[in-house]
Structures are given as structure tokens and as C-alpha cells.
Design a protein around this ligand. Structure first.
Ligand SMILES: [Cu+2]
Length: 552
């Protein structure tokens, strides 16, 4: 199978669509021979040819647009707290509506759906323990501009084309405010959710989660960031204010008119594609932007908001960085790294010190060669009062003995006779089948994810944070076709960059991935799912119940 030339010309970008980077990542991590031995080869379905040619980002002048920073959300008032009506909490209103945005100086404005006047939408910033109310108002038009597949469960032709519900990824939130995928609402309607924010400092992100449409609504632009702060982080003297910058990174395809292009399958009447990979990488909504920085430390809050692409980000001058946090907040200590690896929905909190690079122009690259953005380091002498402390936040591993239950859960794929993926399944169950995962509130469980496919699936559980226990190679073929569990290696611990609190875990092919999860916070109905949005939309999502325990 040919590898994909990233940032390549139009013809190659079509190749990118048929080869999953998730598969490439597997090959990088394991060696191609092992991959070939372990898994049957299959062809990926060919998407239909683009209706219009798409733009080759290499044909554009790079680094001519300044990196935009999403605006800070401003509360429009105060309302009584649902927990204590005598106290008032901030009330935000974030309307979803059409926006026109110039992705690059030399392109026409791109139609998107944003929040407020931007995509990514305004950044919510809150202090841990301080609740807030957010009204998510659907002010979108009644027609969608991306291809809906009415064969997908939840997106049938009798459902409205435009409907949305917002989920705050990583938030510990009561079930009624979690953005349950069936709780979508149509243009003209709104939902107000209460976020208690009783959780450690972390970068959360909000995005559409409506059943069967999520991949298209996020692609259209319905996403943004929420930063939770707390006293532990405040005491660390990390770079802050203008020296702390969110980098929301995702891939898109743009047609020659500069408009978002989302391909369809080669099957007439069934437009769903198994994964989306675009050739243009946007940072905070801009293609190939630059950022002027001073020769000092910066803190970058990096989010992979792509539908399906994994990012492997590194500085072209091979300069090192320090990772200080992951999905659910600070690591115990900074880690010296050369590369940031992020599956969709994962976050990395990274400090880069430009002190030794005054006057340089440093490119941030993906996959070794594809330019993403440029840092322009000024020559001015500056003082840097910020610190990179040797220790950040204490972290205790949960002992396996704390778990009251181990759930064995498979990640599977249903193919047609020509090995085209048609549906993705968790534990061989569809969305509308009865709930099977029902942990008790305040209990700890181990979830053992047995990946039967040849993709890495980033698995996300709503409500909770968890720790990765280990990964172990096994014979997926023997399990799937002969029901024999045969290990092919020892258990390996998580990489140091993922050895903190997580809410999304890469379940790699040929691997059993185990996580240990305290189910804390609230009882009620939540979901767990793959965060490759094309998978999630096509059945790779399940409801789960956190069950309150009644005491006699
Ligand atoms: Cu998946």
C-alpha cells in the first residue's frame, strides 16, 4: 500500500483519503512486517472524485497571515446557580451561526458555521469550582452545506438536516448538561447548560455532538476551547496572559473557491466515508499562519480538533519542548520532548522556550515535512519572569486492586463483501441497543479495549477522567475468527506523555488497551465513543449509565 505524501498535489491528496494515517501510525510504531503478519490486508474504499478540484496548500504563499487567537468569551450577565439559587454565577450566550472567514490572504472568504463571530468560537475561561451557565443558541440556517448520509442511524431523511447539541469534552458535568447526542435541537431553539467546573485545571473543548451529523457540524466549524484554572496551576508561575496561546489544529480540504470540501463515497446514495483526511492544516482557523513571539518561554495549549487525522508536531530546527500537561491537566513533572503526538480530541500542554533563538524563524511541522505554522522570534531583549518548575501536580496511580469490575469491550468494524467498512461497532452493539455498560457511581472499573480493526481508535468516555494502565499486543485475528485469546507480547506501560489523567485513549490495532476509571461526579446517562468522527457518527458510540447506589 503506498504511503501518503502529505501536503501533496491534488491527485496525491486523494491518495491521502484512502490511506488511514491511523494505520500509518500503527506501522510506524510496530514496523510494517509485524503489521502485515498480524492483520489481513484490505483496501480502503475509494471516495468518489472531488466534484471540484481542491486547493494544494503548497501553491499558496506560506506565513502571510498572523495567527488569530479566538476571543475570550464574555458573560452577558449573572443568573442564580442551580446548586444554590442564593448565589449568582456567570451566564454566557454563545450563538451558533454562519460566518465568512478568510482562511488565507489569497483565498476568498470560506463559509463556516461558528459561535459568535468566529470558528473556533470564543474561549471560555473559568476557575475550578466556579460554576457557569452557557446558553448554546442554534441560529444556523435550515439547510446544511455538507453531504448528509440519511442511511446513518439518527440522520434519517425524516430528521431535520440542521440540528445541533453541544458537548463540553472533558467536563465533569451533570447528565442533563452533557450534550447527549439525541438531545439535538433545530434552528431557532437553544439549550442552557450548567457547568459546575469542579475539576482540576485543564483545557476542555466544546463541539457539536448531534447524532449522525457530528462529523459534518464539527467540520463546518462548531467547536471552541474552555480553559479551567485552579490554585495549583496558579502557584506554578507558568507563562500566562499573552504568553499562553491555544493552538486548535485540524485538517480541511478547500475547493478552488476557498470553500470547505467534504468528499463522498463512491456508493450512490450512501455518501458516508470511513475517515476524512484533508490536505490543508488550519491553526485557529488559518492556513499556514505565523506568530510573532519574543525570545522567552511560551505556553501552548494544543488541541487536535481534526475529524480523523493524527498529528505528530515538531519544530523544524529540532529544538526541544517540554510537555507539562495532557487531556485532563498537568503532568507530575515537565517532560522534555521533540515531538507532540495527538490523536483527534487529545490535548497537549507544551512550553517552548525561544530564548536562544532571537531573530530566527522556526516552522512547526507535522509528520516531519508538512509546514503547519511559523514562529517569528523577535530580536528584542526581554526579561522572562515565568518558570518551568521541576514538579507540577502530584499524581497517584490507581492500584488495579481498587477496581470492582473489569469490562472486556471490543472495537470492531463491519465490512461489505469487498472489505469496504460499512459500520463501526463498540462491543458488537449498535447505538439503539439496550445499555450494557452500567458502572456504579463512585466505583472504579478497568475497561479492557480489544481492538479488532486495523485503525487506532481514540476512545473517549464522557463525564470521567481515567488513567492508562497498559497496552499488550495480541492476535486479533485469532480472537475474531477463532475466539482464542493469544497474547503476542508483554504489557507495556503508557508513554510518559500520556501517563497522567486522560479522557481519550489511543486504542491501537493489534493491541489490548486497558484503562482504569473512577466513575465520579454524577449518576445518569452518558456516552462513550471513538473520536474519529466518521466512526462515531456511524455507530461507534454507545450510551452508558452511571448508576446511583441506594443505601438502605
Ligand atoms: Cu474509531
Amino acid at each position: 500500500m503506498p504511503d501518503c505524501v502529505l501536503g501533496s498535489k491534488i491527485a496525491d491528496s486523494e491518495v491521502c483519503l484512502v490511506l488511514s494515517p491511523t494505520r500509518r501510525e500503527f506501522i510506524q510504531q510496530t514496523g510494517f512486517a509485524a503489521a502485515a503478519l498480524l492483520l489481513p490486508q484490505r483496501k480502503r474504499p475509494q471516495p468518489a472524485p472531488p466534484i471540484k478540484p481542491v486547493i494544494d496548500p503548497n501553491s499558496l504563499t506560506a506565513f502571510v497571515d498572523a495567527l488569530p487567537i479566538p476571543p475570550l468569551a464574555r458573560a452577558v450577565g449573572e443568573r442564580p446557580s442551580p446548586l444554590d439559587p442564593s448565589s449568582k454565577i456567570p451566564y454566557y450566550r454563545l450563538p451558533m451561526g454562519p460566518v465568512q472567514y478568510k482562511v488565507h490572504r489569497d483565498l476568498k472568504p470560506t463559509r463556516m458555521w461558528g459561535l459568535g463571530s468566529s470558528s473556533p468560537g470564543p474561549t471560555l475561561e473559568v476557575q475550578s469550582g466556579h460554576g457557569m451557565l452557557v446558553e448554546w443558541a442554534n441560529e444556523l440556517p435550515t439547510a446544511h452545506f455538507l453531504p448528509i448520509d440519511h442511511n446513518i442511524h439518527g440522520a434519517e431523511a425524516d430528521k431535520p438536516d440542521v440540528r445541533t447539541v453541544i458537548h463540553m469534552h472533558g467536563a465533569k458535568v451533570p447528565p442533563e448538561g452533557d450534550g447527549y447526542p439525541e438531545n439535538w435541537y433545530v434552528p431557532g431553539k437553544a439549550a442552557t447548560y450548567f457547568y459546575p467546573n469542579n475539576q482540576d485545571a485543564a483545557m476542555l473543548w466544546y463541539h457539536d455532538h448531534s447524532l449522525g451529523l457530528n462529523r459534518l457540524n464539527v467540520m463546518a466549524g462548531l467547536l471552541g476551547v474552555c480553559i479551567v484554572r485552579d490554585s495549583v496551576e496558579d502557584a506554578l508561575n507558568l507563562p500566562k496572559h499573552k504568553y499562553e496561546i491555544p493552538l486548535v489544529i485540524y485538517d480541511r480540504m478547500l475547493d478552488v473557491d476557498g470553500q470547505l470540501y467534504y468528499p463522498v463515497s463512491q456508493f450512490p446514495g450512501k455518501p458516508w466515508i470511513p475517515e476524512f483526511f484533508g490536505n490543508s492544516i488550519l491553526v485557529n482557523g488559518k492556513l499556514l499562519p505565523y506568530l510573532e513571539v519574543e525570545p522567552r518561554k511560551y505556553r501552548f495549549r494544543i488541541l487536535n480538533a481534526a475529524n480523523g487525522r493524527f498529528f505528530h508536531l515538531a519544530l523544524a530546527n529540532e529544538q526541544g519542548m517540554h510537555q507539562i500537561g495532557t487531556d485532563q491537566g498537568l503532568l507530575p513533572a515537565p517532560l522534555a520532548i521533540k515531538q507532540v503526538t495527538l490523536a483527534p480530541a487529545e490535548r497537549a500542554d507544551v512550553v517552548i522556550d525561544f530564548a536562544e533563538h532571537a531573530g530566527e524563524q522556526i516552522v512547526l511541522r507535522n509528520d516531519f515535512s508538512q509546514p503547519v505554522m511559523q514562529f517569528r522570534v523577535s530580536r528584542s531583549k526581554v526579561s522572562d519572569p515565568s518558570s518551568l518548575p521541576a514538579s507540577l501536580r502530584p499524581f497517584s496511580k490507581i492500584p488495579e486492586s481498587a477496581a470492582v469490575k473489569t469490562r472486556v469491550l471490543t472495537l470492531g468494524e463491519v465490512d461489505d463483501p469487498y472489505q469496504n467498512p460499512m459500520t463501526m461497532l463498540l462491543n458488537n452493539t449498535h447505538w439503539n441497543m439496550p445499555v450494557t455498560e452500567d458502572p456504579k457511581l463512585n466505583s472504579v472499573e478497568i475497561w479492557e479495549l480489544r481492538n479488532l480493526t486495523d485503525d487506532t481508535h481514540p476512545i473517549h468516555l464522557h463525564l470521567v477522567r481515567f488513567q492508562i494502565l497498559d497496552r499488550q499486543r495480541y492476535d486479533a485475528y485469532a480472537l475474531q475468527f477463532h475466539n482464542i485469546l493469544r497474547y503476542r507480547g508483554e504489557k507495556t506501560p503508557p508513554d510518559p506523555t500520556e501517563a497522567g489523567w486522560k479522557d481519550t485513549v489511543r486504542a491501537e490495532p493489534g493491541m489490548i488497551t486497558r484503562i482504569i476509571v473512577p466513575f465520579e461526579g454524577y449518576a445518569g446517562r452518558y456516552v462513550w465513543h471513538c473520536h474519529l468522527l466518521e466512526h462515531e457518527d456511524n455507530e461507534m458510540m454507545r450510551p452508558y449509565d452511571v448508576v446511583a447506589v441506594s443505601h438502605p
